[in-house]
Design a protein around this ligand. Sequence first.
Ligand code: GLC
Length: 424
Amino acid sequence: MRNAIEALSRGLAVLVAVLGVAGCGDAPPAERSDERTIVFKHFRLFGDPAPFAALLREFEARHPGIRVRAETLPAASDEQHQFYVINLRGGSRDFDVLALDVIWVAEFARAGWIADVTGLLPDNEALFAASLEAVTYEGRHYAVPWFVDAGLLYYRKDLLELHGFSAPRTWSELAEAARTIAAREPGVHGFVWQGRQYEGLVCNALEMIWSAGGEVLDGERVVLESPETLRALEFLQSLVAQGVSPAIVTTATEEPSRHVFGSGRAVFLRNWPYAWTLFERPDSPIRGKVGVAPLPHFEGHESASALGGWNLGINARSRHPDEAAAFVRFMTSPEAQRALSLAYGYNPSLRALYADPELLAAQPHLEALRDALDAARSRPVTPRYAQLSQVLQSEFSAVVTGLKRPAGALADAQREIERIMAEP
Ligand code: GLC
């Protein structure tokens, strides 16, 4: 299967090279001789596009002669990854700056697709340890942390209080509260999360595995198959099988799960920090009713959030590397990060901003979030991450949908990942 996918993407890369196009197809408009246009590829932002556009115009105003054209990609990380692999492998120069998921940097750096941007990074202490780790490959930095994500538990304060529960600390407390409240509140589900076969499922499952004391790798050694991981996957399967989570979680990504909770139809939600801003919008039916807490853990273990987030990198073949560097410096500045956080709830990669009074007023949970981010765990940082994730996605999905028993899925994942790690 993997060979078939690789062959297919090689074929597409050839096609792209032959046609001389990079996905979007438009020929760039002619530049005036005194003007350079850089193309910024990024995922689609949720919410009002105006503050983001204003930032781009501000950059242009401060850098006469440089124009920025922003081009969007689909929201799902996996789809963006596919676009970049095809185009960068084909040697595309049609974009200069790209937003990279934290899990891609090692792979792209190893392939030589993104430039060394070590000089653009702020002091190491200014950043979260895990996000610094995510942009480092063989001692150099290949992207600048832009904003950071950590998995959080959202809960309905009003419903918990009404039914005599407090925010759950363990997974069994969560299951108990979810089951009880959903049974008493018609039309309200228990716990929603992201269970579709995609990268988000890996984040959800790893958080559960880590919070049971399990691991994927210990250095280069694969240690997935363990009683701790089994306990976590059995719990994950039981959530759907026993109706604590509705069947729709098995096909849900971030946005559908946010909509279920956001329309008042669930007690608990696992999601990233961006959801907060949307729940607190004036037209939100659950405005003022939402609490945020660290994810639960299994008895005797500690909570674990997956570190997510996006970094800005420069296409190694960019025709305008200096202009691209100026743009990355601007977009990752405290000023731009504050604006993005206020408008979209994207949490700054700069730790100092977590004490910023304006940001704290808008997002009261920010200080607690800094602690969660300080402790957030990276998914395995390896150039083979994409391959490894493919295996986890399909095995975890088989568990969630009940197609496979957790022990069998674990054994298969262990064997497959050992094979991947042993490849030269
Ligand atoms: C968020 C995270 C990213 C993660 C993705 C999974 O976008 O920032 O790191 O891979 O969700 O769906």
